[in-house]
Design a protein around this ligand. Structure first.
Ligand code: TYM
Length: 323
């Protein structure tokens, strides 16, 4: 059965291996079987301090990442959230049916408000409502994301249910799609998820050079005192498995029998990452010379997205009694 897939990422700088293995890699595969819409969520990226002068560049960078990874505008709709103002319109309507208590439970809000103490704004709090609007505006029923976004997708489902109950059936109840690598950890502190906000040593960027990748993986923490449950070793296995299942199987067997050398595992993990990122980095360099074409792709994508969005909004306005 064909699903309607929606997902998005924030234009907040270089993508890392977690973004790729948890989300982007599966987006590329999903495009062949399903109707897919992929968004660059710039309004979400405004909820933390940012430099407005750098925003256009960050949006373009993310578009380059999407396309270099293999998102194909012939197969999927690719666009920028702020180009389709219906997103914020629907978010307002959802604001009026979302209980504060549910927003207060959101782990990401708790983490981010602790991280950005000086800028705990209302947008950071209502962030998941805009995310629900992103998804439901297109009546998407599947959302491919990493594990940290599951709570937001569940909230989207609750909002859909609530709207349907109050104003009659309008929206599907979307579910997340997770990969085996839905939670890639920091190589330096494998008890924390890979994330840019922790600092340079805590993530492997898709644009990192071979040398940098080797260095980061070689110094990855593999605390052996916890045996097979060492989070660092588990993380290396998860990364290897996502790229090369057979290689991971072999090492896992060695690990079980106690003959695994971590330096060997690290060499193979580093080489595997480098080998898989090389074609991505090459395509990305080529696309950099075609920024005008990339801008065109995003404008076309917004046109296609807005047609669907307008239809949903017509229906929604009628149902809530404003038109
Ligand atoms: P964002 O931009 O933080 O992250 C983009 C995607 O990468 C996944 N991810 C990870 N997966 C595995 N391991 C990790 N260490 C890791 N870190 C990040 C995230 O789960 C995500 O799938 N709120 C969203 C953006 C958004 C969205 C949406 C997503 C806005 N509207 C509608 C889906 C549908 C976010 O902040 O993702």
């Amino acid at each position: 059965m064909k699903n309607l897939i929606f997902s998005g990422m924030q234009p907040t700088g270089a993508l890392h291996l977690g973004n790729y293995l948890g989300a982007l890699k599966q987006w590329v595969d999903l495009q062949d079987e399903h109707n897919c819409i992929f968004c660059i969520v710039d309004y979400h990226a405004m909820t933390i301090d940012y430099n407005p002068k750098k925003m256009p560049e960050r949006i373009t960078e993310l578009a380059l990442d999407y396309l270099a990874a293999g998102l194909d505008p012939e197969k999927s709709i690719i666009f920028i959230q702020s180009h389709v103002p219906e997103h914020t319109e629907l978010a307002w309507i959802f604001n009026t049916i979302t209980p504060l208590g549910e927003l207060e439970r959101m782990t990401q809000f708790k983490e981010k408000s602790a991280q950005h103490r000086k800028n705990v704004n209302a947008g950071l709090f209502t962030y998941p409502i805009l995310q629900a609007a992103d998804i439901l505006l297109y009546k998407a029923d599947r959302v491919p994301v990493g594990e940290d976004q599951v709570q937001h997708v569940e909230m989207t489902r609750d909002i859909a249910k609530k709207f349907n109950k109050k104003f009659n059936k309008t929206f599907p109840e979307p579910k997340p799609i997770l990969t085996e690598a839905a939670r890639i950890m920091s190589p330096t502190d494998p008890t924390k998820k890979m994330s840019k906000s922790l600092g340079d040593k805590h993530y492997i960027a898709l644009t990192d050079s071979a040398d940098v990748i080797r260095k980061k993986i070689r110094s990855a923490v593999t605390d052996t005192s916890q045996g097979a449950d060492s989070p660092g070793v588990k993380n290396l296995f998860a990364i290897l498995e996502a790229f090369d299942e057979d290689a991971a199987k072999g090492f896992k067997m060695e690990h079980k029998s106690g003959s695994l050398k971590y330096s060997d595992l690290k060499d193979v993990v580093a080489n595997t990452i480098i080998g898989h990122l090389a074609p991505f980095q090459e395509r990305r360099r080529e696309l950099e010379a075609e920024k005008e074409r990339v801008a065109e792709i995003l404008i076309n994508g917004a046109d296609q997205a807005q047609k669907i969005a307008q239809k949903t909004m017509q229906e929604v306005r009628k149902k809530i009694g404003v038109r």
